[in-house]
Design a protein around this ligand. Structure first.
Ligand SMILES: Cc1cc2nc3c(=O)[nH]c(=O)nc-3n(C[C@H](O)[C@H](O)[C@H](O)COP(=O)(O)O)c2cc1C
Length: 337
Protein backbone atom coordinates (compact mmCIF):
# COMPACT_ATOMS: atom_id res chain seq x y z
CA UNK A 1 0.00 0.00 0.00
CA UNK A 2 1.27 3.46 -0.88
CA UNK A 3 1.98 6.00 1.81
CA UNK A 4 -1.09 8.06 2.58
CA UNK A 5 -0.53 11.27 0.65
CA UNK A 6 -4.21 12.10 0.58
CA UNK A 7 -4.92 12.70 4.23
CA UNK A 8 -1.77 14.72 4.79
CA UNK A 9 -2.24 18.16 3.32
CA UNK A 10 1.20 19.11 4.65
CA UNK A 11 2.57 17.18 1.67
CA UNK A 12 0.68 19.29 -0.86
CA UNK A 13 2.96 21.13 -3.27
CA UNK A 14 0.26 23.78 -3.45
CA UNK A 15 -3.10 23.80 -1.66
CA UNK A 16 -6.26 24.66 -3.58
CA UNK A 17 -9.96 23.71 -3.46
CA UNK A 18 -9.01 20.77 -5.71
CA UNK A 19 -6.29 19.34 -3.47
CA UNK A 20 -8.54 19.91 -0.45
CA UNK A 21 -11.58 18.20 -2.01
CA UNK A 22 -9.70 15.17 -3.30
CA UNK A 23 -6.99 15.10 -0.65
CA UNK A 24 -4.26 15.18 -3.27
CA UNK A 25 -0.75 16.61 -3.41
CA UNK A 26 -0.88 18.50 -6.70
CA UNK A 27 -3.97 20.14 -8.33
CA UNK A 28 -3.95 18.01 -11.48
CA UNK A 29 -6.87 15.74 -12.35
CA UNK A 30 -6.52 12.85 -14.83
CA UNK A 31 -9.82 12.74 -16.74
CA UNK A 32 -11.63 9.69 -18.09
CA UNK A 33 -10.06 7.95 -21.10
CA UNK A 34 -12.36 5.60 -22.98
CA UNK A 35 -10.90 2.04 -23.11
CA UNK A 36 -7.73 3.21 -21.32
CA UNK A 37 -8.50 4.56 -17.84
CA UNK A 38 -8.94 1.46 -15.67
CA UNK A 39 -8.35 0.66 -12.00
CA UNK A 40 -4.57 0.25 -12.47
CA UNK A 41 -4.33 3.66 -14.12
CA UNK A 42 -6.48 5.31 -11.42
CA UNK A 43 -4.27 3.71 -8.75
CA UNK A 44 -1.12 4.96 -10.51
CA UNK A 45 -2.58 8.48 -10.42
CA UNK A 46 -3.48 8.13 -6.73
CA UNK A 47 -0.02 6.90 -5.84
CA UNK A 48 1.50 9.82 -7.77
CA UNK A 49 -0.46 12.28 -5.61
CA UNK A 50 -3.28 13.24 -7.99
CA UNK A 51 -6.74 11.84 -8.71
CA UNK A 52 -7.58 9.71 -11.76
CA UNK A 53 -11.02 8.72 -13.04
CA UNK A 54 -11.64 5.23 -14.36
CA UNK A 55 -14.04 5.25 -17.30
CA UNK A 56 -17.35 3.51 -16.55
CA UNK A 57 -18.65 3.33 -20.10
CA UNK A 58 -16.24 0.75 -21.41
CA UNK A 59 -17.40 -1.87 -18.93
CA UNK A 60 -20.19 -3.79 -20.65
CA UNK A 61 -22.36 -4.49 -17.60
CA UNK A 62 -22.85 -3.70 -13.93
CA UNK A 63 -20.88 -6.73 -12.75
CA UNK A 64 -17.65 -5.85 -14.62
CA UNK A 65 -17.90 -2.19 -13.59
CA UNK A 66 -18.48 -3.20 -9.97
CA UNK A 67 -15.46 -5.51 -10.09
CA UNK A 68 -13.25 -2.73 -11.53
CA UNK A 69 -14.39 -0.27 -8.86
CA UNK A 70 -13.60 -2.82 -6.14
CA UNK A 71 -10.19 -3.41 -7.71
CA UNK A 72 -9.53 0.35 -7.63
CA UNK A 73 -10.63 0.47 -3.99
CA UNK A 74 -8.21 -2.35 -3.13
CA UNK A 75 -5.33 -0.75 -5.04
CA UNK A 76 -5.94 2.79 -3.76
CA UNK A 77 -6.72 2.08 -0.11
CA UNK A 78 -7.28 5.49 1.48
CA UNK A 79 -6.04 7.33 -1.59
CA UNK A 80 -8.65 8.94 -3.85
CA UNK A 81 -9.96 7.77 -7.21
CA UNK A 82 -13.10 8.57 -9.15
CA UNK A 83 -15.39 7.22 -11.86
CA UNK A 84 -15.96 9.01 -15.16
CA UNK A 85 -19.52 8.88 -16.51
CA UNK A 86 -19.65 10.12 -20.10
CA UNK A 87 -23.17 10.74 -21.39
CA UNK A 88 -24.32 11.41 -24.92
CA UNK A 89 -25.50 14.99 -25.62
CA UNK A 90 -29.07 13.63 -25.81
CA UNK A 91 -30.16 10.55 -23.85
CA UNK A 92 -30.30 7.39 -25.97
CA UNK A 93 -31.94 4.02 -25.37
CA UNK A 94 -28.67 2.07 -25.34
CA UNK A 95 -27.07 4.23 -22.65
CA UNK A 96 -26.72 2.66 -19.19
CA UNK A 97 -26.26 5.88 -17.22
CA UNK A 98 -28.88 5.13 -14.55
CA UNK A 99 -27.38 1.72 -13.86
CA UNK A 100 -23.85 3.17 -13.74
CA UNK A 101 -24.97 5.87 -11.29
CA UNK A 102 -26.60 3.21 -9.08
CA UNK A 103 -23.45 1.05 -9.10
CA UNK A 104 -21.28 4.07 -8.24
CA UNK A 105 -23.58 5.04 -5.36
CA UNK A 106 -23.85 1.47 -4.04
CA UNK A 107 -20.11 0.86 -4.16
CA UNK A 108 -19.28 3.94 -2.09
CA UNK A 109 -17.35 5.76 -4.83
CA UNK A 110 -16.54 9.25 -3.49
CA UNK A 111 -15.91 11.20 -6.69
CA UNK A 112 -17.52 11.27 -10.12
CA UNK A 113 -16.58 13.14 -13.29
CA UNK A 114 -19.64 13.62 -15.52
CA UNK A 115 -19.68 14.95 -19.06
CA UNK A 116 -21.75 15.05 -22.25
CA UNK A 117 -24.99 16.56 -20.93
CA UNK A 118 -26.27 18.03 -17.68
CA UNK A 119 -25.95 15.60 -14.75
CA UNK A 120 -28.97 17.23 -13.06
CA UNK A 121 -31.17 14.13 -13.27
CA UNK A 122 -28.58 12.03 -11.43
CA UNK A 123 -27.54 14.52 -8.76
CA UNK A 124 -30.13 13.46 -6.14
CA UNK A 125 -28.90 9.83 -6.16
CA UNK A 126 -25.24 10.84 -6.19
CA UNK A 127 -25.60 13.50 -3.49
CA UNK A 128 -27.63 11.16 -1.25
CA UNK A 129 -24.75 8.72 -1.49
CA UNK A 130 -22.27 11.48 -0.56
CA UNK A 131 -20.61 11.49 -4.00
CA UNK A 132 -18.90 14.74 -5.04
CA UNK A 133 -19.57 15.62 -8.67
CA UNK A 134 -17.07 17.29 -10.99
CA UNK A 135 -18.83 18.12 -14.27
CA UNK A 136 -16.80 18.65 -17.45
CA UNK A 137 -18.00 21.05 -20.16
CA UNK A 138 -16.64 22.51 -23.41
CA UNK A 139 -17.62 26.13 -22.74
CA UNK A 140 -18.40 28.67 -20.04
CA UNK A 141 -22.13 28.84 -20.69
CA UNK A 142 -22.39 25.12 -19.93
CA UNK A 143 -20.30 25.66 -16.79
CA UNK A 144 -22.77 28.28 -15.57
CA UNK A 145 -25.62 25.83 -16.18
CA UNK A 146 -23.78 23.08 -14.27
CA UNK A 147 -23.20 25.47 -11.38
CA UNK A 148 -26.91 26.34 -11.30
CA UNK A 149 -27.95 22.69 -10.95
CA UNK A 150 -25.60 22.13 -8.01
CA UNK A 151 -22.43 20.30 -9.08
CA UNK A 152 -19.50 20.63 -6.69
CA UNK A 153 -16.90 21.74 -9.22
CA UNK A 154 -16.75 22.27 -12.95
CA UNK A 155 -14.03 21.67 -15.54
CA UNK A 156 -13.98 23.78 -18.69
CA UNK A 157 -12.08 22.25 -21.59
CA UNK A 158 -10.81 24.45 -24.40
CA UNK A 159 -10.48 23.94 -28.13
CA UNK A 160 -6.99 22.41 -27.77
CA UNK A 161 -8.26 19.33 -25.92
CA UNK A 162 -8.20 15.71 -26.99
CA UNK A 163 -11.68 14.20 -27.24
CA UNK A 164 -14.68 16.49 -27.70
CA UNK A 165 -13.95 20.24 -27.55
CA UNK A 166 -17.54 21.27 -28.34
CA UNK A 167 -18.64 23.67 -31.05
CA UNK A 168 -17.26 26.99 -29.82
CA UNK A 169 -13.54 26.95 -30.68
CA UNK A 170 -12.58 28.93 -27.56
CA UNK A 171 -9.07 28.33 -26.22
CA UNK A 172 -8.19 27.37 -22.66
CA UNK A 173 -6.47 30.65 -21.78
CA UNK A 174 -9.62 32.58 -22.68
CA UNK A 175 -11.83 30.22 -20.66
CA UNK A 176 -9.50 30.49 -17.67
CA UNK A 177 -9.45 34.27 -17.55
CA UNK A 178 -13.22 34.63 -18.06
CA UNK A 179 -14.33 31.93 -15.63
CA UNK A 180 -13.80 33.77 -12.29
CA UNK A 181 -16.26 36.50 -13.25
CA UNK A 182 -18.92 33.94 -14.26
CA UNK A 183 -18.58 31.21 -11.62
CA UNK A 184 -18.75 31.04 -7.86
CA UNK A 185 -17.90 27.34 -7.49
CA UNK A 186 -14.29 26.16 -7.90
CA UNK A 187 -13.33 25.44 -11.50
CA UNK A 188 -10.61 23.56 -13.35
CA UNK A 189 -9.18 24.30 -16.78
CA UNK A 190 -8.37 21.62 -19.34
CA UNK A 191 -7.39 21.43 -23.00
CA UNK A 192 -3.83 21.59 -24.26
CA UNK A 193 -2.34 21.48 -20.76
CA UNK A 194 0.69 19.29 -20.22
CA UNK A 195 3.40 21.46 -18.64
CA UNK A 196 3.83 22.53 -15.03
CA UNK A 197 4.10 26.21 -16.01
CA UNK A 198 0.54 25.95 -17.35
CA UNK A 199 -0.64 24.68 -13.96
CA UNK A 200 0.80 27.81 -12.35
CA UNK A 201 -0.75 30.01 -15.07
CA UNK A 202 -4.17 28.40 -14.56
CA UNK A 203 -3.98 28.98 -10.80
CA UNK A 204 -2.93 32.59 -11.43
CA UNK A 205 -6.04 33.07 -13.55
CA UNK A 206 -8.30 31.81 -10.76
CA UNK A 207 -8.59 28.09 -11.47
CA UNK A 208 -8.32 25.65 -8.56
CA UNK A 209 -6.70 23.01 -10.71
CA UNK A 210 -6.16 21.63 -14.19
CA UNK A 211 -7.39 18.61 -16.08
CA UNK A 212 -5.05 16.53 -18.25
CA UNK A 213 -5.80 13.65 -20.57
CA UNK A 214 -3.39 13.64 -23.50
CA UNK A 215 -0.33 14.25 -21.26
CA UNK A 216 -0.79 10.81 -19.66
CA UNK A 217 -1.58 8.74 -22.77
CA UNK A 218 1.94 7.35 -23.16
CA UNK A 219 2.24 6.44 -19.47
CA UNK A 220 3.54 2.97 -18.61
CA UNK A 221 0.27 2.27 -16.79
CA UNK A 222 -1.94 3.01 -19.82
CA UNK A 223 -3.08 -0.38 -21.17
CA UNK A 224 -2.16 0.09 -24.83
CA UNK A 225 0.34 -1.23 -27.39
CA UNK A 226 3.89 0.16 -27.27
CA UNK A 227 3.73 1.23 -30.94
CA UNK A 228 0.72 3.44 -30.10
CA UNK A 229 2.71 5.08 -27.28
CA UNK A 230 5.75 5.52 -29.54
CA UNK A 231 3.56 7.24 -32.15
CA UNK A 232 2.30 9.63 -29.46
CA UNK A 233 5.86 10.43 -28.39
CA UNK A 234 6.89 11.15 -31.97
CA UNK A 235 3.86 13.36 -32.64
CA UNK A 236 3.86 17.11 -32.00
CA UNK A 237 1.23 19.74 -31.25
CA UNK A 238 0.71 20.02 -35.02
CA UNK A 239 -0.44 16.45 -35.49
CA UNK A 240 -4.10 16.63 -34.47
CA UNK A 241 -7.20 17.78 -36.29
CA UNK A 242 -10.91 18.30 -35.67
CA UNK A 243 -13.48 16.10 -37.43
CA UNK A 244 -17.19 15.31 -37.17
CA UNK A 245 -18.36 18.88 -37.67
CA UNK A 246 -21.20 17.69 -39.86
CA UNK A 247 -22.77 15.66 -37.05
CA UNK A 248 -22.18 18.39 -34.44
CA UNK A 249 -19.95 16.12 -32.38
CA UNK A 250 -16.52 17.68 -33.02
CA UNK A 251 -13.66 15.42 -32.04
CA UNK A 252 -9.93 16.16 -31.84
CA UNK A 253 -7.82 13.18 -32.88
CA UNK A 254 -4.45 12.45 -34.45
CA UNK A 255 -4.25 13.16 -38.17
CA UNK A 256 -4.29 9.85 -40.06
CA UNK A 257 -5.89 7.99 -42.95
CA UNK A 258 -9.28 8.00 -41.21
CA UNK A 259 -9.36 11.76 -40.55
CA UNK A 260 -8.50 12.32 -44.25
CA UNK A 261 -11.35 10.03 -45.39
CA UNK A 262 -13.79 11.56 -42.89
CA UNK A 263 -12.88 15.11 -43.98
CA UNK A 264 -13.56 14.11 -47.59
CA UNK A 265 -16.92 12.51 -46.71
CA UNK A 266 -18.01 15.48 -44.59
CA UNK A 267 -17.05 17.91 -47.36
CA UNK A 268 -18.84 15.92 -50.06
CA UNK A 269 -21.95 14.99 -48.03
CA UNK A 270 -22.40 17.56 -45.25
CA UNK A 271 -26.00 16.51 -44.57
CA UNK A 272 -25.57 12.74 -44.72
CA UNK A 273 -25.47 12.24 -40.94
CA UNK A 274 -23.42 9.69 -39.04
CA UNK A 275 -24.25 6.54 -41.06
CA UNK A 276 -21.61 6.85 -43.83
CA UNK A 277 -19.02 7.91 -41.26
CA UNK A 278 -19.63 5.12 -38.78
CA UNK A 279 -17.42 2.42 -40.36
CA UNK A 280 -14.48 4.83 -39.94
CA UNK A 281 -15.25 6.51 -36.62
CA UNK A 282 -16.76 3.70 -34.55
CA UNK A 283 -15.16 3.24 -31.14
CA UNK A 284 -14.31 -0.36 -32.02
CA UNK A 285 -11.85 0.86 -34.69
CA UNK A 286 -10.04 3.11 -32.19
CA UNK A 287 -9.99 0.30 -29.67
CA UNK A 288 -8.12 -1.85 -32.19
CA UNK A 289 -5.41 0.84 -32.30
CA UNK A 290 -4.79 0.35 -28.59
CA UNK A 291 -4.48 -3.41 -29.16
CA UNK A 292 -2.23 -3.50 -32.23
CA UNK A 293 -0.57 -0.06 -32.05
CA UNK A 294 -1.53 0.91 -35.62
CA UNK A 295 -2.38 4.63 -35.45
CA UNK A 296 -2.86 4.98 -39.20
CA UNK A 297 -6.61 4.44 -38.94
CA UNK A 298 -9.45 5.00 -36.49
CA UNK A 299 -10.31 8.08 -34.44
CA UNK A 300 -7.19 8.20 -32.29
CA UNK A 301 -8.21 10.75 -29.67
CA UNK A 302 -5.43 13.14 -28.63
CA UNK A 303 -5.02 16.87 -28.15
CA UNK A 304 -2.44 19.58 -28.75
CA UNK A 305 -0.73 18.59 -25.48
CA UNK A 306 0.91 15.87 -27.60
CA UNK A 307 3.69 18.46 -27.89
CA UNK A 308 4.58 17.70 -24.26
CA UNK A 309 4.55 13.90 -24.61
CA UNK A 310 8.18 13.04 -25.30
CA UNK A 311 8.70 9.62 -23.74
CA UNK A 312 6.96 6.70 -22.12
CA UNK A 313 7.27 6.99 -18.37
CA UNK A 314 5.24 6.26 -15.26
CA UNK A 315 2.42 8.57 -14.18
CA UNK A 316 4.46 9.30 -11.07
CA UNK A 317 7.49 10.40 -13.14
CA UNK A 318 5.22 12.68 -15.16
CA UNK A 319 3.81 14.24 -11.99
CA UNK A 320 7.30 14.81 -10.61
CA UNK A 321 8.23 16.48 -13.91
CA UNK A 322 5.12 18.68 -13.76
CA UNK A 323 5.96 19.69 -10.18
CA UNK A 324 9.52 20.61 -11.19
CA UNK A 325 8.21 22.69 -14.11
CA UNK A 326 5.63 24.31 -11.81
CA UNK A 327 8.32 25.22 -9.27
CA UNK A 328 10.67 26.58 -11.95
CA UNK A 329 7.87 28.73 -13.37
CA UNK A 330 7.09 30.07 -9.90
CA UNK A 331 10.76 31.02 -9.46
CA UNK A 332 10.81 32.74 -12.87
CA UNK A 333 7.72 34.69 -11.94
CA UNK A 334 9.14 35.76 -8.59
CA UNK A 335 12.09 37.32 -10.42
CA UNK A 336 9.67 39.73 -12.09
CA UNK A 337 7.86 40.75 -8.91
C1 LIG B 1 -7.84 9.01 -25.73
C2 LIG B 1 -8.84 9.86 -25.01
C3 LIG B 1 -10.00 9.29 -24.53
C4 LIG B 1 -10.93 10.06 -23.82
N1 LIG B 1 -12.04 9.46 -23.30
C5 LIG B 1 -12.89 10.19 -22.51
C6 LIG B 1 -14.00 9.57 -21.87
O1 LIG B 1 -14.25 8.38 -22.00
N2 LIG B 1 -14.78 10.34 -21.08
C7 LIG B 1 -14.53 11.68 -20.88
O2 LIG B 1 -15.26 12.34 -20.15
N3 LIG B 1 -13.48 12.29 -21.50
C8 LIG B 1 -12.66 11.56 -22.28
N4 LIG B 1 -11.58 12.18 -22.86
C9 LIG B 1 -11.30 13.60 -22.54
C10 LIG B 1 -10.35 13.70 -21.35
O3 LIG B 1 -10.90 13.20 -20.16
C11 LIG B 1 -9.98 15.17 -21.08
O4 LIG B 1 -11.16 15.93 -20.97
C12 LIG B 1 -9.12 15.76 -22.18
O5 LIG B 1 -8.14 14.83 -22.59
C13 LIG B 1 -8.44 17.04 -21.68
O6 LIG B 1 -7.74 17.68 -22.69
P1 LIG B 1 -6.22 17.32 -23.10
O7 LIG B 1 -6.35 16.09 -23.95
O8 LIG B 1 -5.78 18.49 -23.86
O9 LIG B 1 -5.46 17.06 -21.84
C14 LIG B 1 -10.68 11.44 -23.61
C15 LIG B 1 -9.51 12.02 -24.12
C16 LIG B 1 -8.60 11.25 -24.82
C17 LIG B 1 -7.35 11.91 -25.32
Amino acid sequence: MAENISSDSQNAVVRTAVTDLFGTRFPVVAGGLQFLANADYAAACANAGIIGFLTANHFPDDATLRAEIRKAQDLCGDLPFGVNIAMLPKSAAHERIEQIVDVVAEEGVRFVETTGRSPEAFLPVLKNAGVKVLHKVPGLKYAEKAQSVGVDMVTIVGWECGGHPGPNAIGSIVNAALAPSRLTIPFLIGGGLGHGSQVLAALAMGASGVLMGTRFLAANEIPAHVSYKNALCEATENDTTISLWSVRNNARTMINETTRIVAELERAHPDAGIEPLLPHVAGSVARQTYLDGDTSRGMVYAGQALGFVKKTQSVSETIEQLITEFTEARTRLRAYL
